[in-house]
Design a protein around this ligand. Sequence first.
Ligand SMILES: Cc1cc2nc3c(=O)[nH]c(=O)nc-3n(C[C@H](O)[C@H](O)[C@H](O)COP(=O)(O)O)c2cc1C
Length: 200
Amino acid sequence: MLNIIGDLIIFSIPNFDTYKELEDCLKREGKAMKILITYFSQTGNTERVAKSFKEALAEHEVDINPIAQQKPDELSDYDFLILGSGIYAGKIHKSVENLIKKAERLPPKVALFNTHSSISAYQHGFKRVKQRLEVLGAELIGEWDCRGENIGVPEQIIEQRLANLPPDERKKAEEDIEELKGRPNAEDLENAKTFAKSLL
Ligand SMILES: Cc1cc2nc3c(=O)[nH]c(=O)nc-3n(C[C@H](O)[C@H](O)[C@H](O)COP(=O)(O)O)c2cc1C
């Protein structure tokens, strides 16, 4: 049905060169937003969350790009930016900060997300990004995080760290390692989808 209407409009409105252009425009008029999800993910945890966001926002026009492929001057082509990173030594990855530093304009609305393994050393990771959002007049409309397994740390290193702990702390640390396994898990990814839907 849309095809027939589209073809008719293409013939009568010369501004559209292709059906795709027309369809994109109609979608936007029908309230679909142009959304960009861009993220840094060293070991895949943050990427899995980013993909869940995309799934949850399927009725919108969503592009999803690893940060290394994202050009700063293209950010303002979007209505809404969702920006994410893993946490490394208490901070988001430098490439995420740099992208926002280099951008001269941002979408009017932005949400931030991160994955982290600790329960404390992650809250201030986006500090500089938040300052830049204010300077550029972009509204921060939501933040989301979940724990992510620290993948790739050799068993030997973990064992060394555990060996240095007193018995009660060691027990807690072992329980925590167990709790972190496989995260973000299915429940985390469902929570991520709920969050994404709540934004729009
Ligand atoms: C080099 C390195 C440093 C890390 N530093 C922290 C940290 O300071 N705080 C924290 O909560 N997690 C830290 N983590 C754990 C990661 O933030 C966590 O595993 C996250 O889910 C990784 O995301 P990614 O798989 O998208 O790279 C660190 C991980 C690595 C590899």
